[in-house]
Design a protein around this ligand. Structure first.
Ligand code: SF4
Length: 346
């Protein structure tokens, strides 16, 4: 049975396949070129003979990356793509436009096991891990749909990347390939909810990828209420792993902190956060989150967000306020996918 998605292949795999199948080796580069440009069917591989395309389809999974929905925000031009995978799982990819270029937020899993209280993805049954090629296809297919080169990728959509560690690491290698997508590691950001052993493993990879950690609370008591992962990995362990990461790599960590009204937006929380982060090679992204349907969480008011940032900055913590994009098209992680799945269930 076929179990490899076409985009899981790199040039070495394709060269080996050509040898095994008696296909001239130069075809490997042609096929790889098509795959790297967002082609997930063999139909467009016009310079590859039909019998070779048929052999490819016999051996690997093609297609199965069907665009189910495409929404464009009237507010900020953010675009959402909902894809159906070959086995029926649904994922979403979000393209955001910045002055510096297009950034694409990709999913690492179909669903998520982490159960964060404020997240729509946590309310859907877990599907499966995405393969490296399915991570890559989100970038190449989106790039093809947009007709524009993607400048950066954030692995911050549905799923916890460190719960799919090996496939995410392989994706990074595929994305970096100068003969493929050719996306520099510094243009990739990986966001984790704080799986400590994986942060330790990632530290040893020696990659130039940016690391973001979802914090959302300055103490264990509150964090456990928002993020069940905090029960397994309390803040002292998490901060120790972060400290070791910055020491070993000399790279800054960004902490994501979504501000929810009346939950984690108080001056006391800001003061506790200063104590937690003081002296580290850290930056804080304060997020005025979109309302997530089906949860009790609402965004902190602009005045509260400003107050929180001012307290952090007066305490010597670098902080920027990030508005969540595409609020009119349900941009926050998992929302669009959830809407699609629920519509299909009706
Ligand atoms: S916020 Fe991220 S880690 Fe938490 S449940 Fe949602 S997708 Fe998973």
């Amino acid at each position: 049975m076929k179990d490899k998605f076409c985009l899981d292949l790199d040039i070495n795999d394709l060269t080996k396949w050509c040898e095994e199948r008696g296909v001239p080796k130069y075809r490997a580069a042609q096929i790889y070129g098509w795959l790297s440009s967002g082609c997930v069917t063999t139909d467009e591989m016009t310079n590859v003979p039909k019998n070779v395309r048929a052999m490819l389809e016999e051996d690997f999974i093609f297609g199965g990356f069907t665009l189910k929905d495409h929404l464009v925000s009237k507010l900020d031009g953010t675009e959402k793509f909902v894809f159906a995978l070959y086995d029926g799982n649904i994922i979403e990819t979000v393209a955001m436009r910045y002055k510096t270029g297009i950034s694409v937020c990709i999913s690492s899993q179909a669903g998520c096991k982490m159960g964060c209280a404020f997240c729509a993805s946590a309310k859907i049954d877990f599907g499966r891990n995405l393969s490296p090629g399915e991570l890559l296809a989100q970038v190449t297919v989106t790039q093809k749909n947009l007709g524009e080169r993607v400048r950066s990728v954030v692995i911050m959509g549905i799923g916890e990347p460190f719960d799919n560690y090996a496939n995410v690491m392989r994706f990074i290698k595929l994305a970096n390939d100068p003969d493929g997508l050719n996306l520099g590691a510094r243009h990739i950001t990986l966001s984790t909810c704080g799986i400590v052993p994986k942060i330790e493993e990632f530290t040893k990879e020696g990659l130039q990828v940016n690391l973001a950690v979802s914090l959302h609370a300055p103490n264990d008591e509150l964090r456990k209420k928002l993020m069940p992962v905090a029960k397994a990995f309390p803040l002292d362990k998490l901060m120790q792993a972060c400290k070791e990461y910055t020491k070993a790599t000399n790279r800054r960590i960004t902490f994501e902190y979504s501000l929810f009204a009346g939950v984690n937006d108080t001056p006391q929380c800001a003061t506790e956060l200063i104590k937690l982060l003081k002296g580290g090679l850290y930056h804080v992204n304060l997020i005025a989150a979109n309302k997530v349907p089906g949860t009790k969480f609402t965004s902190a008011s602009p005045a509260k967000v400003k107050q929180f940032r001012d307290i952090l900055e007066s305490g010597g913590i670098n902080a920027t306020v990030r508005r969540e994009m595409g609020s009119d098209i349900m941009a926050a992680c998992g929302q669009l996918r959830r809407g699609t799945i629920e519509a299909e269930r009706c």
